[in-house]
Design a protein around this ligand. Structure first.
Ligand code: NAD
Ligand code: IPM
Ligand code: MN
Length: 368
């Protein structure tokens, strides 16, 4: 039996709370013969408290060695004052960069039972299924220089650098087109080519790759601000949206609300395929953060984290039946009206994080 090595990095705030529910599901599959081996380590503020760094060298080595990393969330007010280089978020950024996780897949699916949980009208979101493909290791997140400089007169200047290379845009474009071919065959590429040189460049590269390799897929270019507006006006016009690191961060939080809650959106961060083994580095993380306002209260919605594990089953391990079974269990729990507070409708009884995790296990049991 193949053994899949998972590294769990629960992190801060609600991270450990939602990760705990995933551990129950990993155990459920393990008992039924799926070979998972797990290790757990620190990341974020909790790693800073223990080691003075947002991730230790040991945790980095374990991440390099794992078949997949499951990541909870990092950050929180406790660490607001720590030096920039060791702030909790730096642990996540290092993982993405050092593991080469350039492709971040953020699917936004509106479960039928949740069409009324969105802040938008039912008819706008019902049946929604879009995939945001966010470039994750380039752009303004990593471009140099990135600094605050003190000038001669004592005033200061701050700079971040938006930088993309041909190779970076080409590879994320190919990921988007490949996905679109298995979906509804349409890619919307979002940038600001009306203002930014990197936007003009992005559009040129996407157009070239489309023409040369994917001319059978529909391509549209959309300015990122318009894309944000269209996502709340008529989101179902989109299939795959490909965009840069910063726009992808913002557009995916908008897309989250179309599904009912930020607590619903999973993601997969993938590296390049190794041509010899066919395997790729991967980290699976919910789109949401550590939610300091609800941390420690047992209120967090664990579905984004559990859905991220579902994506690991699909993308890292090819366990498609298991992934479908998990998605199905989530859909049935939602249909039954068992919901955490963020997605419970008026007059509905909300359950806590653990109860929602238990309900998913019960549905897994019911169909096994
Ligand atoms: P956030 O995503 O943590 O929270 C935004 C809002 O959504 C809050 O009201 C929160 O209660 C709610 N929310 C988020 N996840 C939820 C869930 N699973 N269930 C129910 N409600 C949920 O964003 P923020 O408040 O801007 O950031 C808090 C901290 O998290 C910051 O330090 C930020 O840097 C960090 N952050 C980390 C990640 C990550 O680790 N991947 C992602 C985003 C933000
Ligand atoms: C996300 C988060 C991260 C990002 C932070 C925590 C570094 O907001 O994954 O969406 O900006 O990429
Ligand atoms: Mn974000």
């Amino acid at each position: 039996m193949a053994t899949h090595k998972l590294l769990l990095l629960p992190g801060d705030g609600i991270g450990p709370e939602v990760m705990h529910e995933v551990e129950k599901i990993v155990e459920w599959f393990r008992k039924r013969g799926v070979g998972f081996e797990t290790e757990t380590d620190l990341v974020g503020g909790t790693a800073y408290d223990a080691h003075g760094a947002a991730i230790s060298e040991q945790a980095m080595e374990r991440a390099q060695d794992a078949d997949a990393v499951l990541f909870g969330a990092v950050g929180g007010p406790k660490w607001d004052g720590v030096p920039y280089a060791v702030r909790p978020e730096a642990g996540l950024l290092r993982l993405r960069k050092d593991l080469g996780l350039f492709a971040n897949l953020r699917p936004a699916i509106c479960y039928p039972a949740l069409a009324d949980a969105s802040s938008l009208k039912r008819e706008v979101v019902e049946g929604l299924d879009i995939m945001i493909v966010r470039e994750l290791t380039g752009g303004v997140y990593f471009g140099e220089p990135k600094e605050i400089v003190t000038l001669e007169d004592g005033s200061q200047r701050a700079v971040d650098t938006q930088l993309y290379t041909t190779k970076e845009v080409e590879r994320i474009t190919r990921v988007a087109f490949d996905l679109a071919k298995k979906r509804r065959n349409k890619v919307s590429s979002a940038e600001k080519s009306n203002v930014m040189k990197t936007g003009v460049f992005w559009r040129q590269v996407v157009t070239r790759i489309h023409k040369a390799e994917f001319s059978d897929v529909e391509l549209e270019h959309v300015l990122a601000d318009n894309c944000a507006m269209q996502l709340v006006r008529n989101p179902k016009q989109f299939d795959v949206i490909v965009t840069d690191n910063l726009f992808g961060d913002i557009l995916s939080d908008i897309a989250a609300m179309l599904t009912g809650s930020l607590g619903m959106l999973p993601s997969a961060s993938l590296g390049a395929e190794d041509p010899k083994t066919g395997s790729r580095k991967a980290l699976y993380e919910p789109v949401h953060g550590s939610a300091p306002d609800i941390a420690g209260k047992g209120l967090a919605n664990p579905i984004a984290m559990i859905g991220s594990f579902g994506m690991a089953l699909r993308y890292s391990f090819g366990l498609l039946e298991e992934a479908d079974r998990l998605d199905d269990a989530i859909a049935r729990v939602l249909a039954s009206g068992t919901r955490t507070k963020d997605i419970a409708g008026p007059g509905m009884n909300a359950v806590g994080t653990k109860e929602l995790g238990d309900a998913i296990i019960k549905e897994l049991d019911a169909r096994s």
